[in-house]
Ligand binder design. Sequence first.
Ligand SMILES: [Cu+2]
Length: 163
Amino acid sequence: MLTRRRSPILAAGLVLATPLFLAACSEEAPVVEEAEAGIAGVTIENARLVLAPVEGNPAALYFDFAYEGDRAFNVDRFTIEGAESAMMHQYGEYDFKVQMMEALPIPVSSGTTLEFKPGDLHVMAMGVSPELQPEGTTEVTMKVSGGDTHSFTAEIRAAGDER
Ligand SMILES: [Cu+2]
C-alpha cells in the first residue's frame, strides 16, 4: 500500500505504472449526433469554471461526476482550454490549518459518483487566459489511467456568481 507520506507525484507515478489491460474499444450503434467525446459510462453534469476575483489568478472547476461501466480506472488529470495547467486539489489539514493540496488520482469503478464542489475536491486552473470570460464556455478534458480521455464543456462564471 502507498502511504500518505509519499509525495503525490511519486504516488501518482506508481499508480500509473500499474499495468492495465484495456478491452478494445467497440464502436456500437452508429452515432447520430456528435457524441460527448469520451469514456463510455461517464456522465458529467453541472460543469462550471469559476473565475478568480482578480483576472489571471487561478480559477476553480466544479462538476458532478458519475460512472457506470465495467472497467475501473483512476481519474488522473485535467486540461482546461485557456488555462496553462490544471491540477486536482483537495482540502486537508496540514500544520493545524485547513488548506488546499494536490489530490492523488481518484479510483473509480461502476457506481462511483464524485462531487467536485466548493470547499472540497476541485480542479484548479492556473495561467487563466483573459479570453475566458463569464457567460462563455470552455472545453475540459479529463485523462484517466490507461490514457483514455473524456471531454466536456464547462460554463464560465464570474467570481461573484453562484458557485
Ligand atoms: Cu485549489
